[in-house]
Design a protein around this ligand. Structure first.
Ligand code: NIG
Ligand code: FE
Length: 411
């Protein structure tokens, strides 16, 4: 097959980096102006300066003089597979109820657990598939997806097998989040739930290679610091990589735990301490920031992103797509929020949503930047400058989406 050639591209933001971008390098997009990208067999074959060399336009060549090219976004924190929605709780939140109050009264995550358990494999599969299609059309080419709405063997496995089916057509990195909350049948017997998770489910998941990561929600009314350590240590022993929902609503020391255990990422971090920041920076644990959660929960306490960047924590951005705290799949809008509320510059937000997000799922050798031999996951935006992407919000600015070297959207 002829290579796909994107020629005369106004600007290519390569986002190239061998290690997670920190401090000043988070600002550097590795821009090539007037560039040509050659794509073959799903990969980037070459990138160079456009020098109007075509005597005759080859087949499969697209004039990109109106476009700016970015690597596809990597949404490195989502809860993709679930049934139902929680707009009734949203109204309670508007009236002043807190996220943890709703969870403690049997709503919140447990509400979605109930609907997810009742839902059939095919209904859950179709809903997740249509979300992935929408994500792609908005420029997201790889998605990390957590379980955590099944919370018993059958239903956690149901969600993991749905992800496995979806992986035939989409790039998904599966994460087991059995420690999302205590299901109601174990309310009076939390220890038993944890033993079950550790000695039964984790082993089944490992044996069947159903998840790459294990995650824990370390929070009051969810899992304590010592319970989280216990679960994550067992997951690590089995060879799973680690993530933690850390310091979201209350400070617990979970960022320090992420560094101690060598987690790949610590996510949320609104209540991180200075020690936690130093610990993440020291061990190069990616701090995954989720500003849409604070926006949706109407909390003014955003993660201290500027301090984290200054101290050398590699930060990434993600949507945290889920029905309770962040019903959003649009990474363009997440970047718009990151600039306004976390005070990231547009360049920092773009690196955080691409190359650093690839490091947050341990896939930076394949995706996250536009460079030779990486997957050709490239999105073309028709914008006057890259600053325009987070400046404008609400519209879908992704005009051409290329996934694995194939044009899957062109409008
Ligand atoms: O990342 N904090 C815990 N888990 C999700 C929310 C899940 C839910 O409310 O359904 C989060 O915010
Ligand atoms: Fe989450």
């Amino acid at each position: 097959m002829n290579p796909l050639i994107l020629y005369n591209i106004k600007e290519v933001l390569t986002c190239k980096s061998k290690s997670p971008k920190i401090k000043g390098s988070l600002q550097d997009l590795g821009i090539i102006k007037n560039a040509t990208i050659y794509i073959k067999d799903g990969k980037i074959l070459d990138i160079n300066k456009y020098d109007s060399f075509f005597k005759e336009k080859p087949p499969n060549a697209i004039d990109c003089s109106d476009y700016i090219a970015l690597p596809g976004f990597i949404d490195c924190h989502t809860h993709l597979v679930f049934a139902g929605s929680r707009e009734k709780e949203f109204v309670q939140k508007v009236k002043g109820k807190s996220y943890l109050e709703i969870l403690a009264s049997g709503g919140g995550i447990l509400n979605t657990v109930e609907s997810t358990r009742k839902a059939s494999f095919s209904d859950l599969y179709s809903k997740a598939r249509s979300t992935l299609e929408k994500m792609l059309s908005y420029g997201t080419t790889t998605v990390e997806a957590k379980t955590g709405y099944g919370l018993d063997i059958i239903n956690e496995l149901k969600c993991l097998y749905i992800m496995e089916f979806l992986r035939k057509d989409f790039d998904i990195v599966p994460t087991y989040l059995g420690a999302h909350t205590i299901p109601k049948e174990f309310k009076e017997n939390k220890d038993y739930y944890i033993y079950n998770l550790i000695y039964s489910l984790l082993s089944i998941i490992k044996q069947n290679n159903l998840a790459e990561f294990c995650d824990v929600f370390c929070e009051e009314n969810a899992f304590s610091l010592s319970e989280s350590e216990y679960i994550l240590l067992r997951a690590k022993e089995l060879g799973l990589k680690l993530k933690i929902h850390a310091e979201q609503i209350n400070y617990s020391g979970s960022a320090e735990l992420a560094a101690k255990l060598g987690a790949v990422s610590a996510d949320h971090l609104e209540n991180i301490s200075e020690k936690g920041i130093e610990a993440l920076a020291g061990k190069k644990v990616i701090g995954v920031l989720l500003p849409a959660v604070n926006f949706h929960l109407m909390s003014n306490k955003y993660a201290p992103a500027r301090l984290m960047v200054e101290k050398g924590v590699p930060i990434a951005l993600a949507s945290d797509y889920n029905p309770g705290s962040s019903p959003i799949f649009n990474m363009q809008l997440v970047m718009a929020m990151a600039c306004r509320f976390l005070k990231l510059t547009p360049a920092e937000a773009i690196n955080a949503a691409t190359i650093n997000a690839a490091f947050a799922i341990d896939k930076a050798d394949e995706i996250g930047s536009i460079e030779t031999d990486k997957k050709a996951d490239i999105v073309l935006y028709e914008v006057p400058s890259y600053d325009y992407i987070p400046y404008s919000f609400g519209d879908n600015l992704a005009k051409i989406v290329i996934k694995n070297g194939k044009i899957i959207k062109s409008s």
